[in-house]
Write a protein that binds this ligand. Structure first.
Ligand code: GSH
Length: 198
């Protein structure tokens, strides 16, 4: 049985819940109380020394980091639809995983932390970074429906949550019609599930 160490409002945890649902996999949820510091408890640090969720357990296997988990689930339970292995397509998927972990994390994700988790961050800088990456993605999605190839891949699943949640960080998506259309395409996928704010 797959077990997911999770928090309902964590977009990184939601990436994994969404992927599990799109793949039609059953799993057990263990909710971690981030506010009480449970992510830094000794038993959790044994699984992920960084003290972060999501963490996925599949039998004896333990994997942390939302993107590593998406790669694992796609290869283990999906087929090449979700993570193509052809050299060029695969490198493009990885490029978007990196954009998710950098530009999206430092932009819309960080701005949301200010409002939802009372984090002490530079809100102006995070919002400015969010608009920079949103402009790039909106232009990109003028040409195509999905981030890589002409179908959904884990690139879309990795980037979607914190872009969809950008309004919770005070970032309007009004100026990005191609991003909004892409969000609606993701919401229409068979097996789609939402989270609070989406
Ligand atoms: N690179 C990691 C980042 C994970 C992360 O930042 N997790 C947050 C919740 S979204 C966390 O566990 N923070 C620890 C804490 O708040 O103590 C991933 O993609 O999974």
């Amino acid at each position: 049985m797959i077990k997911l160490f999770n928090h309902e409002l964590s977009g990184n945890s939601y990436k994994v819940r969404l992927m599990l649902s799109l793949l039609g996999l059953e799993y057990e949820v263990v909710d971690i109380d981030l506010k009480a510091g449970e992510a830094k408890s000794p038993w959790l640090l044994k699984m992920n020394p960084l003290g972060q969720i999501p963490i996925l357990m599949d039998g004896d296997l333990v994997i942390s980091d939302s993107h590593a988990i998406l790669v694992y689930l796609a290869r283990r339970y999906g087929n090449e639809d979700w993570l193509p292995v052809e050299a060029v397509s695969m490198s493009k998927v990885i490029e978007w995983l990196s954009i998710s972990a950098n530009e999206i994390q430092n932009g819309p994700c960080t701005a949301r932390l200010y409002f939802v988790f009372n984090a002490k961050i530079d809100l102006d800088l995070a919002q400015q970074r969010a608009h920079e990456v949103l402009k790039v993605i909106d232009k990109y999605l003028q040409q195509q429906d999905w981030l890589v190839l002409n179908r959904p891949t884990i690139a879309d699943i990795a980037c979607y949550p914190y872009i969809g949640l950008a309004p919770e960080g005070g970032i309007s998506l009004e100026a990005y019609p191609n991003v909004v259309a892409w969000i609606n395409r993701i919401k229409g996928l068979t097996g789609y599930i939402g989270m609070p704010g989406l």
